[in-house]
Design a protein around this ligand. Sequence first.
Ligand code: MRU
Length: 350
Amino acid sequence: MTRFDTIRPVVWQDDHLQLLDQRLLPGETRWLAFHDSAAVAGAIRDMVVRGAPAIGIAAAYGAVFAAREAVAAAPADWLPRFEQALAVLGDARPTAVNLRWALARQRRQVDASTDDPATVLLREARAILDEDLAANHRMGELGAGLMTEPGGVLTHCNTGSLATAGYGTALGVIRSAWAQQRITRVYADETRPWLQGARLTAWELLQDGIPVTLLADAAAPALMRSGAVRWVVVGADRVTANGDVANKIGTYALALAARHHGVGFMVVAPTSTVDMALPNGDAIAIETRDPAEVLGVHGTPVAAAGADAWNPVFDVTPAPLVDALVTEAGVIHRPDTESMRAAFPVERAA
Ligand code: MRU
């Protein structure tokens, strides 16, 4: 681990899974232990663990429990139970394709080996985690390389170690670019309603000694207009075959403002987030969560009693607004159907 790479939110310990409870950060650092697949699905649904790659990794470990439980319950006919448990894990959250990608990869392992399924799946979950970490470091280098002149960057939500195996996607680029002195100032949207920016991104950056300036989400266009920002750098929950990007609600507004102000808009996501099976962003299932999340602030009700709220937690940024899509496989400038197909043969779909 380097100085800029210290946090690991998903850890397998002996025979169980440990998750850093992200609902409590930054006030409290509490690890929760998981021993069964249904509890892992619940942790994903309830945001104990969040961020597209991290939920995929957690689900991959959840599959280990699913195999153990199914084999213990019905040694001779365990596969149907196993598949049922995978379905529960896969339904925990709908938008990030990494979740189903990881489970599909685990399902294929079972077909490919006659060894003890839990052993095979544990090995594969570890591989998924290791590959994600390596991809993040690679994307960090590639994305930082695009920042040819020092300047400010703005990010949204949390795309760092907490959202991945470690290091992060967009935040990994920011870590790498900061280490190379390509960034003069990091700005982070607070990211209503879950406040991933204010709680998690700010915490992570400060752990690494990187100063951060928070802003209300609605202040981002004014910041861009001031000239303080050269790049907006965000992650993704799903990138479709035409280059459309689903990410945390508010990303689309950032992309529109960035284009208007001549600010670069960079999306950083591992290939496990690319879904070549979906033609465009209209086909992405956008998660809508409890209105109470909007009617209050971090659990405290603030809205006038009786008000309703609309709470889609992701939006879709159309591909033409994306200046650079960075994956561990390389950089695609202004992605479109053609460049996406060239970079990601359709067989790689989740
Ligand atoms: O609802 P969350 O916190 O899971 O949303 C996370 C995001 O939108 C991230 O930007 C995305 O998953 C990319 S994380 C590397």
